[in-house]
Design a protein around this ligand. Structure first.
Ligand SMILES: NC(=O)c1ccc[n+]([C@@H]2O[C@H](COP(=O)([O-])OP(=O)(O)OC[C@H]3O[C@@H](n4cnc5c(N)ncnc54)[C@H](O)[C@@H]3O)[C@@H](O)[C@H]2O)c1
Length: 270
């Protein structure tokens, strides 16, 4: 049951949600290929999992480079005898690439917009295509994409990210259709602010970071940042043997922030 024995590839898993998902998946008996641009942190995540009795390895991969992506899939299949789960997690936000004043429409260089869309929406397609021959041979195959609440709602200084996350959400549905005949499920999820470097960077670009962080969680019915491990648990559920009837889905993991149109101040929960 669960994900016991499944073979995961997790992109961008040296930090944040990807690293947390690697740890959670390994703790549930999955075999995990950690991969990232940051070799030092990526190797450390794999080493920590192995030291705790799990099974993990590390491979460098820039998800925008089709050759590196092909090599990542081949290396994983060689290490574990195949691939069952591709978690397209690697992602970037414009505030990680440019100062705040360059993240609105007027100031943003075209290269920044293109890079965000390339990493967040084009690269998952490259990875899914490269993983396909292996997933076709799996008896419990799925692809899980990182969307965002930004795939359905706007934020300030977020136009590239929003475009990319709206795109990956629809790409999920389209690939679910294309791959249905192979029995490959394709799902995605939409977190709101999760406590990772990406959110720290987003908060830091504000003139008043404390007020901005408070505003970020002000509509959440669970008024705190989400934990990376909470997203990891969802990914493992979606990959697991209990989720066999979930396909083409977008699952919110947002503390209820998009369930209504108010702020927690109104509920006396500030
Ligand atoms: N943190 C949040 O609040 C939040 C909310 C919604 C969605 N997400 C999504 O979750 C995913 C993970 O986000 P996170 O918060 O853990 O971010 P993070 O910045 O902590 O981690 C992202 C990882 O991706 C890696 N990466 C970046 N570009 C890459 C590339 N070209 N090739 C390979 N790896 C690359 C980075 O090195 C880093 O380790 C992203 O897709 C993000 O958009 C995050």
């Amino acid at each position: 049951m669960g994900i016991e024995g499944l073979r995961f590839v997790i992109t961008g898993s040296a930090t944040g949600i990807g690293a947390a998902t690697a740890r959670v998946a390994a703790s549930k008996g999955a075999r995990v290929m950690v991969s990232d641009l940051n070799d030092e942190l990526g190797r450390a995540v794999a080493g920590e999992i192995n030291a705790a009795g799990g099974v993990a390895a590390y491979t460098h991969c820039d998800v925008t480079d089709p050759e590196q992506v092909e090599a990542l899939m081949a290396t994983t299949a060689e290490a574990y005898g195949g691939i069952d789960v591709l978690h397209n997690n690697a992602g970037i936000h414009e505030t990680g690439l440019a100062p705040a004043e360059q993240c609105g429409l007027e100031g943003m260089p075209l290269e920044v917009f293109k890079k965000v869309v390339e990493v967040n929406a084009v690269a998952p397609w490259i990875c899914s295509k490269a993983a396909l021959p292996y997933l076709k041979k799996s008896d419990w195959p799925s692809i899980i994409n990182a969307a965002s609440t930004g795939s359905q709602s706007a934020y300030p200084n977020n136009s590239a990210y929003g475009t990319s996350k709206g795109g990956i959400r629809l790409q999920t549905q389209n690939l679910a259709v294309d791959l249905a005949a192979y029995g490959i499920r394709v799902n995605c999820y939409g977190p709101t602010a999760i406590a990772t470097d990406m959110v720290t960077d987003f908060v830091k670009q504000s003139d008043d970071p404390a007020a901005f962080e408070k505003a970020l969680i002000s509509t959440s019915l669970i008024p705190r940042l989400g934990l990376p491990s909470e997203v990891g648990e969802l990914v493992c559920f979606l990959a697991g043997r209990e989720a066999g009837f979930i396909n083409g889905a977008y699952i919110l993991i947002d503390g209820g922030s998009l369930a209504w149109r108010g702020t927690v101040e109104q509920l006396g929960m500030e």
